[in-house]
Design a protein around this ligand. Structure first.
Ligand code: BG6
Length: 537
């Protein structure tokens, strides 16, 4: 038994999760950042928890000329320094022999022929049995050639007794509707949809899955989860880091493509979708697609009224100095790439008609915070005449005469990260002879009840090998999300063209790093008498 892991813990985890079948997993882009920071640590932890059988083999494929020993040694060094990994030499010694490496290009058939030979020999030598999983952790520019060559080299058919072959595709899956559609066509000319796992790591977060459990396993919330009781919904995905050396990638992406198309729209879908008839892939994904389709499309000239974008200038975020976005390596000096987006979304269906969903995400904000806040309507009749709770702002002076409009509203906040948990803000009577209302929180924290949640990639990789695609996005889901995003991009394009034909180049609003974004974002809510909740906490 490796040090630190006690038998009860392993048995407990094995009881909660199924153990993976034997398989050979090829990681394309195995020498890259994602493989080292997330995929290999997640596989290591699964192995540590005895969720991978001994004949589960990992074969790295990338351009860097490494051999097996160098690949293992690099993986070891990155795990030793990874704060999310509890490195144990015994567990590592048991894990390392599963790792193999072969170098080759992504755009040359010869590399894939060598890959086929290597796979066959490992499968035979290690009694793997023929199940295969390909993980595309490369720049998206080589997704198409990799898929083509996997097909051409005969690596997609089940061979030597295997029951399945699957492919996992990382984000970004396309850069607009047309490119996502084309990539889908290409992938599906080689694989069937049920072999394709489009990954969005937010869906692997325990707290994100808990949104569905919270809504649909408890009897008390669903009856009030609609326009009759909900005033507005806010979803904030704030990061305190800047682009941190990823300027080259980010220039082509921006916050809208990098975060909103995938993570934020997924959070909207889970928060607002109708109950699926079962917790399984088709039922859940059907409901997510229905919800995404109900997001009101925007005409290009409407976009500035609903969507705010901005870019950060230099400042200090979460006590660390952050250089201006324009000073990052790989960023054009006149770049108009947005590092911040706020979007007022309308959902056109019976449940949500007239309830605004305010979304925002940004880099270089004051702190990391991913939260979904559902604000409920006020009590219909005012019974009490003084309060400390002026809609979230503690009242400091003598108690004012109350009006119903100044009564604090109930807010249910699901904190996805950090401090994972759920808070329900309610009003209570402050002890004393008079009736003073004051906001108090009913709290649930994950750490307190369950300890730290496992990493998203751990859960998602296990689901892929178990063949459960519930937490992965389907073709139609990705495309409808891109359709709504493309409408926003078209609006921005129009805004820039109009500016160029009139007063000169379009000027993006700016916010200093370490602030909660541009004033325009606050205005988006203020004109409806609202404010961003997280900023006031
Ligand atoms: C990624 C984005 O998908 O999500 C990054 O490309 C971002 O820009 C990251 O930093 C945030 O993920 P998390 O899990 O830290 O919230």
């Amino acid at each position: 038994m490796s040090e630190g892991i006690v038998l009860e813990e392993i048995l407990d985890i094995q009881e909660q999760f199924q153990v993976s079948p034997p398989a050979l997993m090829v990681i394309f882009g195995a020498s890259g950042d994602l493989a080292n920071r997330k995929l290999l640590p997640a596989l290591y932890k699964l192995a540590q928890q005895r969720l991978l059988p001994p004949n589960f083999v990992i074969l790295g494929y990338a351009r860097s000329p490494l051999d097996d020993a160098e690949f293992r040694s690099r993986a070891r060094s990155s795990m030793v320094t990874n704060s999310e990994v509890e490195f144990q030499s015994g567990a590592w010694d048991a894990f390392a022999p599963r790792l193999y490496y072969i170098s080759g290009g992504y755009d040359e058939f010869e590399g894939f022929e060598r890959l086929r030979e290597k796979i066959s020999s490992l499968e035979e030598q290690l009694s793997v049995g023929g199940n295969r999983l390909y993980y595309l952790s490369t720049p998206p520019s080589v997704y198409e050639p990799i898929i083509s060559y996997l097909g051409a080299a005969g690596l997609v058919e089940h061979e030597s007794g295997g029951e399945w072959t699957r492919v996992v595709i990382e984000k970004p899956f396309g850069s607009d509707l047309a490119s996502a559609h084309k990539l889908n066509d290409h992938v599906l000319s080689v694989f069937d949809e049920d072999q394709v796992y489009r990954i969005d790591h937010y869906l692997g977060k325990e707290t994100v899955q808990n949104v569905l459990v919270f809504r649909f396993a408890n009897g008390i919330f669903e009856p009030i989860w609609n326009r009759n009781y909900v005033d507005n919904v806010q979803i904030t995905v704030a990061e305190s880091i800047g682009v941190e050396g990823r300027g080259g990638y980010y220039e082509k992406s921006g916050a809208l493509r990098d975060m909103v198309q995938n993570h934020l729209l997924q959070l909207v879908a889970l928060t607002a979708m109708e109950p699926p008839i079962a917790f399984e892939a088709k039922a859940v994904r059907d409901q997510k697609v229905n919800l995404l389709q109900a997001i009101r499309p925007l005409q290009p000239d409407e976009v500035p009224d609903y969507v705010v974008r901005a870019q950060y200038s230099a400042g200090t975020a979460a006590t660390r100095p952050v250089p201006a976005y324009l000073e990052e390596e790989g960023v054009a000096p006149d770049s108009t790439t947005e590092t911040y987006v706020a979007w007022r979304v309308e959902i056109d269906n019976w449940r949500w008609q007239g309830v605004p969903f305010y979304l925002r995400t940004g880099k270089a904000l004051p702190r990391k915070a991913t939260e979904i806040s559902v604000t409920f309507r006020r009590a219909p009749h005012l019974l009490f005449d003084s309060t400390d709770g002026l809609d979230g702002v503690p009242f400091m002076g003598p108690h004012p005469a109350m009006s119903r409009e100044s009564l604090s509203r109930n807010v249910l906040t699901m904190r996805i990260q950090p401090d994972e948990g759920i808070t329900l803000k309610t009003l209570a009577k402050r002890p004393g002879p008079s009736v003073n209302l004051t906001p108090v929180n009913l709290e649930f924290t994950y750490g307190h009840s369950f300890g730290d949640p496992p990493d998203a990639y751990q859960r998602l990789l296990l689901d892929v090998v178990l063949g459960d695609s519930t937490l992965f996005t389907r073709r139609d889901e990705v495309e409808i999300a891109w359709q709504r995003i493309t409408q926003v991009l078209e609006g921005w394009h129009m805004q820039e063209s109009l500016a160029a034909n009139g007063s000169g180049p379009y000027r993006l609003p700016n916010y200093p790093a370490g602030t909660w974004g541009p004033s325009e974002s606050g205005d988006l809510l203020a004109r409806e008498g609202q404010h961003w909740i997280v900023d006031r906490e």
